[in-house]
Design a protein around this ligand. Sequence first.
Ligand SMILES: [Zn+2]
Length: 102
Amino acid sequence: MNKQINVFGTIYKINLKNTMVETSIDNDEEDEGACEIREKYINIFKGLKEASFSKTALHEIGHAICAEYNCDLDKDEKMYDTFMSGLYDTVMRNKLQYLFKE
Ligand SMILES: [Zn+2]
C-alpha cells in the first residue's frame, strides 16, 4: 500500500502501526484503524490479516472522503460501518478489484 493517499487533492499520510493502542488517535484505546481529518493522516494496525486490513483501510479512507466532501455519511458510525462493509464485500464478491488497477 502507498504511504499516502490523495483524497480529492488532499494528501492523507498512511501510518502502519505496530499495536492497536498506537493506532488509536490519542493512544488511549485500541483501534484497528483511525482517521485524523485535521492532521490528514490515517493509522492502520499492521497486525490485521489481509482481508481485515483492506476492509479497515477502505473504512478509514471513506472517513477521509466524507471529511473532504463535507458529507455526513459517517456521522452514524454503526450505519457507516455497515455501508462500508457492504461496499467492501460487493467489491470482493464480484472481483471488482481490477477496476482499481491502472
Ligand atoms: Zn469509523
